[in-house]
Ligand binder design. Structure first.
Ligand code: C2O
Ligand code: CU
Length: 467
């Protein structure tokens, strides 16, 4: 019942106030047949210069794309692409991205999961004004991982991301290549986004405080697409780039999948599972072995209702279309990992909603760019506890670091969460404790915040100054 109401609300049939408001365009699209369009892989950017470091140039500009077949959707893009083009970086090799803003609004682009200086972090008020550009420098002195870049503008990240300002940033490392995981065309990104559309094909956006959800599921900018695969192993790099929606991903018929990586790269060991929760800004890499299925099989990736496993909504479909030899492997040890031993401050952050001020808060405070909330010491490992006093889930993200999840009050930490993380889901009324190691080489101001962009914009964000 709750989920049907939620669905109707998302489809625009019920407004937030519960009043009946019929939006036929939205309602009919909600029932559009899935698996009509092939998956596309976002383009990989080519550097314009490779002398000593890789230099990229990209223009943020308006464009239109066909997302719903037969409709044109105006977007805000990087070089016209939706999602933005993928940047592939090599560990230890510097990347500079010149981002030119030809939109009508200021933007600031954050490298999510990146270890970068505050000036290159894309902070909320470090804006690129229309007609200007900024060079962002990324050292890539960190292990291989699937990162992403996205807009982080003060109060407007929800709108700017919804309009299209995000893309993948993958750090590669020869040590990872030696594992012989599926690679090349068998290593495929799946960027999950949900969107609502108006009758004319344009995105429908509301600046809500609770959540901004769409009723159409997009993968790499395509509505519930299909992908033809061979009967062999594939690696999928899943990013939840949705503004607010958490997915509980499953394969139909409870088929198995194996998680191999999380936000900060490979897990210590492959983690077989049948359900993969993934909240905004989390990354989960999985291996699916299609050799278990005869040629001609169809395997559906779906979102399963957390409270009712019989309620599923398709995300995309894999069509096992051909035989192919497979020389890849899935080693039983991926990357040994030492548990962090906290030696620094212990901090607690209470997450709540203030009804008087109509905003989300951390420790009773909304975001104030002039206030520093905590001062961690570089090189130290702190204990951070997020205590959720509200009835919403908060995917909490900390800039600069990768952390380990030590414990969660309501559920065990799963094998898929035992790697490096930069975002952690804090369930309603739950408490999650983290070990957070601050790098030696970086100091200055960074953000931590909820990655439900509706919460982030209103105004669930704090600042730390690493000293
Ligand atoms: Cu993905 Cu502060 O952001
Ligand atoms: Cu939140």
């Amino acid at each position: 019942m709750a989920s049907r109401r939620e669905f109707l609300k998302a489809a625009g049939v019920l407004s937030a106030a519960g009043l009946l408001r019929v939006d036929t365009a939205a309602a009919s699209q909600a029932h559009a047949a899935p698996f009509q369009v092939p998956l596309r892989i976002p383009p990989v950017m080519q550097p314009i210069n490779r002398d000593g470091r890789d230099l990229y140039k990209v223009v943020m500009r308006k464009a239109t794309r066909e997302i719903i077949p037969g409709k044109r959707t105006p977007i805000w893009s990087f070089d016209g692409a939706f999602p933005g083009p993928t940047i592939k970086a090599q560990r230890g090799r510097e990347v500079v991205v010149r981002r030119i803003n030809r939109l009508d609004v200021p933007t600031t682009i954050h490298l999510h999961g990146g270890r970068v200086t505050p000036e290159n972090d894309g902070q909320p008020l470090d804006l690129i004004q229309p007609g200007r550009y900024k060079d962002y420098t990324y050292p890539n002195e960190q292990e291989a991982a699937t990162l992403w870049y996205h807009d982080h503008t003060h109060h407007h990240s929800s709108r700017n991301n919804w309009m299209g300002l995000s893309g993948l940033y993958i750090i590669e490392d020869p040590a990872e290549e030696e594992l012989n995981l599926p690679s090349g065309k068998y290593d495929i990104p799946l960027i999950l986004q949900d969107r609502s559309f108006r009758r004319d094909g344009s995105f429908k956006f509301h600046d809500h405080r609770d959540h901004v959800r769409g009723h159409v599921f997009l993968v790499n900018g395509r509505p519930t697409p299909f992908l033809k695969v061979a009967n062999r192993r594939y690696r999928f790099r899943i990013l939840n780039a949705s503004n607010s929606r958490g997915y509980n991903l499953t394969l139909d018929q409870a088929r198995p999948l194996v998680q191999i990586a999380s936000d900060g790269g490979l897990l210590p060991a492959p983690a077989p599972t049948v359900a993969l929760p993934i909240w905004p800004s989390e990354r989960a890499e999985i291996v699916i072995d299609f050799s278990q299925y005869p040629v001609g099989s169809q395997v559906i990736l779906q979102h399963t209702d957390r409270n009712d496993p019989t309620v599923n909504r398709p995300v995309m479909r894999f069509d096992v279309g051909r035989e192919e030899a497979d020389t890849s492997s899935l080693p039983q040890i991926l990357r040994p990992m030492q548990p962090l031993v906290p030696d620094g401050a212990e901090r607690q952050f209470d997450l709540s909603f203030d009804f008087n001020r109509n905003r989300w808060e951390i420790n009773g405070k909304g975001f104030d760019p002039d206030r520093i909330d905590v001062r961690p010491q570089k090189g130290s490992t702190e204990t951070w506890t997020f205590r959720n006093l509200s009835s919403a889930t908060h995917p909490m993200h900390i800039h600069l670091v990768q952390f380990q999840i030590m414990r969660r009050s309501n559920l065990a930490v799963t094998p898929g969460e035992m790697g490096w993380k930069d975002t952690v889901r804090v369930d309603p009324s739950a408490t999650v404790q983290l070990a957070v190691k601050f790098p030696d080489e970086f100091e200055g101001r960074y953000m931590f915040h909820c990655h439900n962009l509706a919460h982030e914009d209103h105004s669930m964000m704090g600042q730390m100054k690493v000293v």
